[in-house]
Design a protein around this ligand. Structure first.
Ligand code: FE
Length: 210
C-alpha cells in the first residue's frame, strides 16, 4: 500500500469534524432527494482539483505582458478578455484586473468569507480563508505582506481590494526584468498564484530558478 493510500485510509478512520460532518449529511440528503447527482459532484471536484488553477491566471498575465491590446481590454473589461483566453465560468462572471506598477501594489482579500476568482486561480488557499489574513490584510497590509516575505518600500502605495460574491479581483503583477523577448508560455511559468492575489511579486528568472 502506498504511503498516500495509507494516509487516505487513516483519514477515513477518523471521526469527521463538525463542518465535514454537516457537508456529508447535506450531500447525502441532496443525493437522496434526487436534487444532486453524485457523479456531477465528482466532476465538479475533479475540475477544480486538476483542471482549473493558477496556471489559467498565469496565461492571462503572460498574454497581458506580451500583447498591449489584450492588456488594455483586460484592464477595461476583465471578464470578456479572460473569456478570450478561454477561462470564463462560474465565480468569474464579474472580474476586475488590478495592475501593479513600481508605485502601486494591489492586494486582494475577502474580509467576509473567501470570495476568489475560481476560473483563473482555482480554489482559494487555506491562508486566504483564514481569519487572521482576512482581518489583518485591511488593518495592516504592509505588515501582512512583510510576514509573507514581501517588503515594499515606503513610497509604494498599497491598495487593498475586498472581494465580494459579485466582484472578484485578479492582480496583474509587474513583468520581471530579464524576460525580454520571452514567449507567453515561458513567461506564464514564472507567474505564481500569490503574485496574482497580490501577496508576492513575480521574481526575475534567476531568483525564480534558484
Ligand atoms: Fe467571500
Amino acid at each position: 500500500m502506498s504511503h498516500d493510500h495509507e494516509e487516505h485510509v487513516r483519514e477515513h478512520d477518523k471521526p469527521l469534524s463538525g463542518p465535514a460532518l454537516r457537508v456529508k449529511a447535506l450531500e447525502s440528503l441532496l443525493v437522496e432527494k434526487g436534487l444532486v447527482d453524485p457523479k456531477a459532484l465528482d466532476a465538479i471536484i475533479d475540475l477544480y482539483e486538476t483542471k482549473v488553477g493558477p496556471h489559467n491566471g498565469a496565461r492571462v498575465v503572460a498574454r497581458a505582458w506580451t500583447d498591449p491590446g489584450f492588456k488594455r481590454r483586460l484592464l477595461t473589461d476583465a471578464a470578456a478578455a479572460i473569456d478570450e483566453v478561454g477561462f470564463g465560468g462560474q465565480e468569474g462572471e464579474d472580474m476586475v484586473v488590478l495592475e501593479n506598477t513600481p508605485k502601486v501594489h494591489n492586494m486582494v482579500v475577502c474580509t467576509l468569507c473567501s470570495c476568489y476568482p475560481w476560473p483563473v486561480l482555482g480554489l482559494p488557499p487555506v491562508w486566504y480563508k483564514s481569519a487572521p489574513y482576512r482581518a489583518r490584510a485591511v488593518i495592516d497590509p504592509r505588515g501582512v505582506l512583510k510576514e509573507l516575505g514581501l517588503l515594499l518600500s515606503e513610497d509604494v502605495e498599497v491598495r487593498v481590494w475586498d472581494s465580494t460574491a459579485e466582484l472578484r479581483y485578479l492582480v496583474l503583477p509587474e513583468r520581471p526584468a530579464g524576460t525580454d523577448g520571452w514567449t507567453e508560455e515561458r513567461l506564464a511559468a514564472l507567474v505564481t498564484r500569490d503574485a496574482m492575489v497580490g501577496v508576492a511579486k513575480v521574481l526575475p528568472p534567476k531568483a525564480a530558478a534558484g
